[in-house]
Design a protein around this ligand. Structure first.
Ligand code: HEM
Length: 282
């Protein structure tokens, strides 16, 4: 199962580090485990009664059948998959949003450009009740480029594990078959042969995304195990940013622009205290 491989990777990290967030997460997992198990049992009994049960994540995993028509995944495997999607899908987007909010508060040029783009879309709406459409999201090109540049400089997931399937030569070294290697997004993203002046915040790098060589921009990983949540991330980030910049203004309460990883995800060293105000909309 892919989840076991993912966890296998996590546990190879030295565990004597002060993994405060991780420890909290581990304490919470037994509660979550029981909650998900209850939902699985409830859904399983409903699936037996209803002709077309809802196709949500647990429902879909429950309906996966093997050759013998038996359920393919055990209840524990379904719990593991659900927990992993919860972990992978929550903190990552929260991290991107956090650093975007922090960046916009200290970069008036980028903020003004995003505001202009989002206000153009807002102006087309007949009332504040009218929802965003897919077409609106497609127009948010600059906002997404800013998010991509945040993900380049501060990738929420800084790397991941892979196992070599055959002896592989890289940089003059042979990595034997079966070795576990760690790919690191931070280092690739800061390589000036791929991203000139890598420390400069420059969303225009993503104007022509096809010009970026394969596997050089990897905040969502790459290959067969590439993050399945990247499109959802785009949608959620753009919608959040739209309502944030059109309806609120904010400023940072501190001057901290550093972050540390706790244990994997970047977190501003002093949190992100901001003063936020609702705009007066006519
Ligand atoms: C800023 C947002 C996100 C970032 C930066 C991110 C990053 C990543 C990375 C680097 C991987 C490993 C890919 C690889 O090994 O090649 C991954 C895997 C994964 N992500 Fe995301 N992710 C994000 C959002 C999400 C969301 C919103 C979801 C689900 C709702 C999600 C679900 C997953 C899952 C299930 C995997 C495991 C895929 C597999 O091993 O086959 N991610 N993500």
């Amino acid at each position: 199962m892919w989840f076991e491989q993912l966890v296998d990777g996590f546990w190879s990290i030295p565990v004597n580090l002060p993994f405060t967030r991780f420890n909290r997460a581990i304490r919470a997992t037994s509660k979550i485990q029981n909650m998900i198990m209850d939902i699985i049992h409830e859904k399983r009994s409903r699936n037996n009664e209803e002709a077309s049960p809802p196709k949500d994540l647990i429902g879909s995993l429950l309906s996966m059948l093997g050759d013998d028509n038996a359920t393919l995944l055990s209840d524990q495997e379904i719990v593991d998959n659900v927990r992993s999607v919860m972990f992978a899908g929550y903190d990552t987007i929260a991290t991107l949003t956090t650093f975007m909010i922090r960046h916009l508060a200290s970069d008036p040029v980028v903020y003004a450009e995003i505001l202009k783009e989002q206000e153009e879309i807002d102006k087309q709406k007949s009332s504040s009740e009218e929802l965003l459409t897919w077409d609106d999201l497609a127009k948010m090109k600059y906002t997404w480029r800013v998010a991509l540049e945040i993900l380049r400089i501060i990738p929420p997931a800084f790397g991941g594990f892979r196992r070599t399937q055959k002896d592989t030569e890289f940089g003059g070294y042979v990595i034997p078959e079966g070795w576990q290697v760690f790919w690191v997004a931070n280092m690739t993203h800061m390589n000036d042969s791929m991203f000139p002046e890598p420390s400069k915040f420059d969303p225009s790098r993503f104007e022509n995304q096809a010009s970026i060589p394969p596997y050089c921009y990897i905040p969502f990983g790459g290959g067969q195990r590439i993050c399945p949540g990247s499109e959802f991330t785009r949608i959620q980030t753009l919608i959040t940013m739209h309502y944030l910049v059109t309806q609120y203004t904010w400023k940072l309460c501190g001057k901290d622009n550093k972050f540390s990883r706790d244990p994997l995800l970047p977190v501003p060293t002093q949190g992100l205290p901001i003063q936020i105000e609702q705009k007066n909309r006519l």
